[in-house]
Design a protein around this ligand. Structure first.
Ligand SMILES: Nc1nc2c(ncn2[C@@H]2O[C@H](COP(=O)(O)OP(=O)(O)OP(=O)(O)O)[C@@H](O)[C@H]2O)c(=O)[nH]1
Ligand SMILES: [Mg+2]
Length: 331
């Protein structure tokens, strides 16, 4: 996951302390003008390099190759990506500024007496400290973003992905766990209290990803908060097939009418993604709500419990994904 290995970001105070204490050590090893030059060089380099490293540790949000739209939107649900990008660019500015200060003061530490050189060097230090303090808030925001984003789960947006949606208790997890090796493998997102279920299976040597979405795509859009809505938008970039599971028996606790509305709203939002409606629990057909079955117009009917048609549904989803692996010899 692209935000997993980001290092901690130093605070402005930590960075200033580090730069000046290393500079003091470098100065002690020498004497006269050389000591002042060495101190300036050490402090400026440490500040400039550390600030630059803060920025280059991040993937470039401008390039889809670096940050897939799925992760961009997901990150934006959790942190303010614009503010983060602005912070990164200001830290880069500070890094450059530290180098400029170095270049500006370096000549003043030559061909002069030690006292004058020390005076200039102190002035340069004050300006270096000032530059770092100017990006104090930015460094804090970058570190906060790093902490918030580092625990996003291992979802691979490049892998062909089937997303399973539907009201609670309709059988989403039973399906994901039944057809994959997931066995309850879940990943927690900062924006749902329930774990997102993740499973994988192979078909014709291609690895597919199945994503179960409790807490996100299990109720009407109006009931989602802003963060959840944004997470759902992120899923639009992830899903290659949307499988809406419905329980016409209503034993899940939600009438078929509500489930129908959810299906329609998902189909409307995911208009660029193939959406399959699957009626689950055929083993409970005697209590299905017959009146609305016509309107539901399910693409498939199955029973996970009775293992009826489950394989057919999976194959239909694979077909809907229509994944063509990119072969290296096909240019
Ligand atoms: N009769 C019957 N029960 C089923 C079938 N599939 C799942 N169930 C049962 O329905 C209940 C809910 O199944 P889950 O797979 O946990 O449903 P879910 O959609 O993941 O529910 P949430 O995680 O709460 O959103 C469980 O008791 C399952 O055993 C089926 O085909 N027939
Ligand atoms: Mg579940």
């Amino acid at each position: 996951m692209i935000f997993e290995d980001l290092p901690t970001t130093p605070t402005s105070e930590e960075l200033i302390d580090k730069a000046f204490s290393r500079a003091a050590r470098a100065g002690k090893a020498k004497g006269g003008l050389e000591a002042q030059q060495s101190m300036l060089q050490t402090a400026a380099n440490i500040i400039s390099d550390n600030l630059e490293n803060v920025v280059t540790a991040w993937p470039d949000f401008d390039y889809e190759d670096d940050v897939h739209p799925f992760y961009y939107e997901l990150a934006d649900a959790i942190v303010d990506v614009d503010k983060l990008r602005q912070s990164l660019s200001e830290v880069m500015w500070a890094s450059r500024k530290a180098r400029e200060i170095h270049e500006e003061y370096q000549p003043r530490l030559r061909k002069t007496d030690t006292d004058t050189a020390r005076k200039h060097r102190k002035q340069a230090f004050a300006r270096l400290a000032d530059i770092v303090e100017q990006v104090d808030d930015e460094l804090l925001y970058i570190n906060k973003s790093r902490n918030d984003l580092r625990d996003l789960p291992e979802i691979n947006p490049e892998e062909p992905t089937i997303v399973v949606a539907g009201y609670p208790n309709v059988g989403k997890s039973s399906f994901v766990n039944g057809v994959t090796n997931a066995r309850g493998e879940t990943a927690s997102y900062p924006f749902t209290t329930k774990g997102i279920g993740l499973g994988h299976f192979e078909h014709d040597h291609i690895r597919y990803q199945l994503v179960d979405t409790p807490g996100l795509l299990d109720r009407p859009p109006a009931e989602r908060n802003e963060i959840e809505s944004q997470a759902v938008s992120a899923i639009e970039h992830l899903a290659d097939c949307m499988l809406v599971m419905v329980d016409p028996s209503g034993e899940c606790g939600y009438p078929l009418e509500s489930q129908l509305e959810l299906r329609d709203s998902i189909a409307a939002q995911f208009e660029t993604v193939p959406v399959l409606t699957v009626a689950n629990k055929t083993d409970r057909r005697e209590v299905w709500d017959e009146d609305l079955l016509g309107e539901l117009d399910a693409d498939y009917e199955m029973s996970i419990e009775a293992d009826e048609n489950v394989e057919t549904v999976l194959e239909a989803a694979i077909e809907a994904v229509d994944y063509e692996p990119e072969l290296p010899f096909e240019q």
